[in-house]
Design a binder for this molecule. Structure first.
Ligand SMILES: *Cc1c(COP(=O)(O)O)cnc(C)c1O
Length: 450
């Protein structure tokens, strides 16, 4: 028995994998990876895979980046972890200073945790408590967009609306006011994403008119609803939302966990709309996808509502054991340095322009490609059974999953969301690698769709 097969067998004996129907593993056993380099993963069986989804949108600058590796190793020999209440360390201080210099204006304080869902939970609790402590306790609910995704813990799940993740847990979840999200590919107003005036924003206006007075915050994934199938909407929507939030005294939480650090072509998706949220959640690319770490960035105004004599009981008593972990901070600092010194964002935008042209050329005329949408290096192909009326394939066919399995056999890690195939590669992926991804996707599609 090969080492790969043996590891896969020992794995399924004991391990329950994330976001998986474990029975599927009988047919597609887990693939044991030995090492990574750049955009490539190398299996113990000697086979290599192009990681075109950045290992769940996290890996920002390639696997085993020499500078990030060195930064973590250097930190490891100094300090691996220290309680972050009442203690601090230089990597955390420098990271906060670095973040302060790049986040949208007005975000002044940085609360560290260890994963994206925790950053979202923090954001929700902070906004709730902010209103409680400023004499507006009636503002205790949250608005969110339909099709939104903000993580898996109960609070984060409550403001999420991707049915396959949330539906079962409804009875456990808190009440929210969902706003019908923009749906640019199937725009009910017949508008085009590039030049629309966001007629769909009316849905937000209606929900604010009805519930603005009892709402603490609205949470959105700015411009890119990732888990919904890489749905992309225009910056104007965010601009309007910022104005509406101000009019109704509702805080705006930007969940930039997936979009942050250049994924959309600018440092943050909010930058496209030139708006500042009141709270911003960061994770994934923060450490280059190396370490579990997240940050909840907040305005001075929110922070000030918690600042008082201890006896007033206004502190934010929220902690996770690994908050501010020095190894995570060291990785994040190295990421900042590489982004700056290697001029990564500008180069990624050049690559993105090239990728868009290459994708349109290869897939633009395909009868089952409904839309090729893109922002930054994120490029998505929505498969449909009928291009004319944009009719999806029956979900039960699991076409995306079939394409995923075919692509794997050809050395491409493509993990579709339903029938949406997408690339979300490390920002420094080469054109050569992207060319391989395109050709392999084309081949896998042909094998499945005929
Ligand atoms: C991944 C993700 C989260 C959750 O982060 P975890 O670290 O997986 O808990 C939240 N929001 C968005 C937009 C994400 O993409």
């Amino acid at each position: 028995m090969s080492k790969a097969t043996e590891l896969a067998q020992r794995d399924v004996e004991l391990i329950w994998h994330p976001c998986s129907q474990m029975k599927d593993y009988e047919e597609l056993p887990p693939i044991a990876i030995e090492r990574g380099e750049g955009s490539w993963l190398y299996g113990v069986d000697g086979k290599r895979y192009l990681d075109i989804i950045s290992s769940w949108w996290a890996n920002l600058l390639g696997h085993c980046h020499p500078k990030i590796n060195a930064a973590i190793k250097a930190q490891l020999d100094r300090l691996e972890h220290v309680i972050f209440a009442n203690f601090t360390h230089e990597p955390a201080v420098k990271l906060a200073e670095g973040l302060a210099s790049i986040v949208p204006e007005g975000l002044k304080k940085f609360h560290f945790n260890d994963n994206g869902s925790a950053a979202v939970e923090c954001a929700l609790k902070m906004c709730f408590q902010y209103y409680l402590q400023t004499g507006k306790g009636e503002k205790k609910y949250f608005m969110c967009l339909t099709e939104g995704y903000h993580g898996e813990t109960i609070g984060a799940l409550s403001v999420g609306n991707v049915d396959i993740y949330t539906e079962i847990y409804r009875p456990m979840m808190m009440k929210t006011f969902p706003i019908k999200a923009p749906d640019c590919y199937r725009c009910p107003y017949g508008q085009a994403r590039e030049n629309c005036d966001c007629a769909c924003f009316q849905a937000a206006e209606e929900v604010f008119a009805a519930h603005g007075h009892e709402t603490a915050a609205v949470i959105v994934e700015p411009l890119l609803q990732g888990s919904a199938g890489m749905r992309i909407y225009p910056p104007l929507y965010l601009k309007k939302l910022r104005r509406l939030c101000d009019a109704y005294d509702v805080k705006l939480i930007a969940d930039e966990i997936a979009t942050g650090f250049g994924r959309t072509g600018k440092m943050f998706a909010c930058d496209w709309a030139q708006i500042s949220p009141d709270v911003m959640c960061l994770s994934k690319g923060l450490t280059g996808g190396y370490m579990p770490m997240s940050a909840t960035c907040v305005s001075q105004e929110i922070y000030d509502a918690f600042y008082a004599d201890y006896q007033e009981g206004k502190a934010f008593l929220h902690s996770h054991t690994y908050a501010g972990n020095p190894l995570g901070c060291a990785a994040a600092l190295a990421v900042q340095e590489v982004l700056r010194e290697d001029n990564i964002l500008a180069k990624a935008q050049d690559t993105a322009l090239w990728l868009t042209a290459a994708m349109n050329e290869t897939f633009g005329g395909h009868p089952q490609v409904g839309e090729i949408r893109h922002i930054g290096l994120v490029h998505a192909i929505e498969l449909v059974s009928d291009r004319e009326n944009k009719k999806p394939f029956p979900a039960a066919k699991r076409l995306g999953y079939a394409v995923y399995k075919r692509a794997l056999t050809h050395g491409l890690l493509l993990r579709p969301l339903g029938d949406v195939l997408y690339f979300n590669p490390p920002l420094n992926t080469t054109r050569e690698d992207l060319r391989f991804a395109i050709e392999t996707t084309k081949q896998a599609m042909a094998e499945v769709l005929g």
